[in-house]
Design a protein around this ligand. Structure first.
Ligand SMILES: NC(=O)c1ccc[n+]([C@@H]2O[C@H](COP(=O)([O-])OP(=O)(O)OC[C@H]3O[C@@H](n4cnc5c(N)ncnc54)[C@H](OP(=O)(O)O)[C@@H]3O)[C@@H](O)[C@H]2O)c1
Length: 336
């Protein structure tokens, strides 16, 4: 992963310092990047807590268990948002952090809703998020998605003010295209635009590639959500089981009736390539993203899924030949 470049020295109160992983700890989970020159350390693999919103209260038990297992396995990056479960996701994470503070300390990311992008709303949104999370600051604060009704030139200075106050360690955006990224950068005076979080995986990349290139050029870390294509790139649905409607809705066209047969055929070939190479299929999906310079942000609804994905990420990585083959197969090359 290419470390984001700094955009000049920032002057502000109580700037969180970049904390590199402890010396001697060479595990894959510690090998992150600093955000900006003196920003916080960004871990390489994250657990997202979006799905909390769709679960029944009974499912919270296994969600808590998944978060607990993530703590035990050394995952540090936890992603949530004020809109996830209307605050339930932040509350759940806050409770888990309070009950058993993980070591090393977590890297907590939350997002202000696209419905709250006026400056006073941004400030109020962060206050609400911090209350639910039980924290005085978060490591990274993102604009969840642009709102065409609110110029981003209004929103970003509000985030920058919170950064100057030390209430957020770094600032970024999510679901921003090229023109929106340009506008967001231009609206900042001192704080670097540290992150753009987008949907990005082996199959879902047409729109992501130019964004990836822009982010590389400007030292913006790309966080990749839906890295497993809702489990498909961890081997799920490959044997004919149909993804539930909700999953299909969130994977857009890829799992609809028209596209699914082609996607499954390519995914099965990637599974076979991974098997031949002796690595889990998820390892190919995650390390392919790392090769693009992106940090994968996965979801899990059980401790077993956390284990499987952490094992895939920290185990022997697939060779560059295997990743290149998977890349070509995903693009539809019949000879790969
Ligand atoms: N910024 C945004 O607009 C935005 C949008 C979407 C997501 N996100 C963030 O990104 C995170 C991850 O997104 P995502 O959930 O779409 O990512 P994903 O990693 O592609 O999908 C996660 C789902 O894959 C399945 N899965 C996980 N491990 C598995 C395994 N070992 N074997 C088989 N299936 C497995 C689980 O499905 P089941 O739960 O059904 O078992 C899990 O919920 C979210 O939680 C959220 O924090 C951000």
């Amino acid at each position: 992963m290419t470390p984001p470049a700094a955009r000049g020295p920032a002057k502000r109160a109580a700037r969180p310092r970049a904390t590199p992983p402890p010396l001697g700890d060479a595990t894959a989970l510690s090998a992150g990047v600093p955000l900006g020159k003196n920003g916080p350390w960004h871990p390489p693999l994250g657990l997202g807590l979006w799905s909390v919103g769709r679960w029944e209260p009974a499912d919270e038990v296994r969600t808590r268990a998944a978060i607990g297992r993530a703590f035990e396995r050394g995952l540090r990056w936890f992603d949530t948002a004020e809109v996830y479960g209307s605050g339930r996701s932040e509350r759940l994470l806050g409770d888990a952090l309070a009950a058993k503070p993980p070591a090393p300390p977590p890297f907590v990311v939350t997002k202000v809703s696209w419905e709250h992008l006026r400056p006073n709303q941004v400030r109020a949104a962060l206050t609400g998020s911090l209350q639910r999370l039980g924290r005085r600051s978060v490591d990274l604060f993102l604009v969840h998605a642009p709102d065409p009704r609110v110029p981003i030139a209004e929103t970003m200075p509000a985030l920058e003010a919170l950064w100057k106050e030390g209430r957020v360690g770094a600032i970024g955006v999510s679901n921003f295209g090229l023109a929106e990224l340009e506008a967001a950068r231009e609206a900042l005076q001192e704080a670097p635009l540290a992150v753009n979080q987008i949907r990005y995986n082996l199959f879902d990349r047409d729109d992501a590639t130019p964004i990836r290139d822009f982010c590389r050029r400007h030292g913006i870390l790309l966080e990749a959500y839906t890295p497993l294509l809702r489990g498909l790139l961890a081997g799920r649905y490959l044997d004919g089981a149909r993804a539930p409607p909700e999953v299909r809705r969130f994977t857009h066209r890829l799992l609809d009736d028209e596209s699914l047969p082609g996607v499954l055929a390519r995914a099965r070939r990637i599974r076979d390539v991974a098997k031949e190479a002796g690595v889990p299929m998820a390892a190919v999906a995650l390390h392919w993203l790392r090769e693009q310079g992106a940090a994968p942000l996965f979801g899990a609804s059980s401790p077993e899924q956390v284990d499987a994905i952490v094992d895939a990420f920290t185990g022997p990585p697939p060779s560059s030949e295997v990743l290149a083959r998977a890349d070509r197969i995903a693009l539809g090359d019949p000879d790969a």
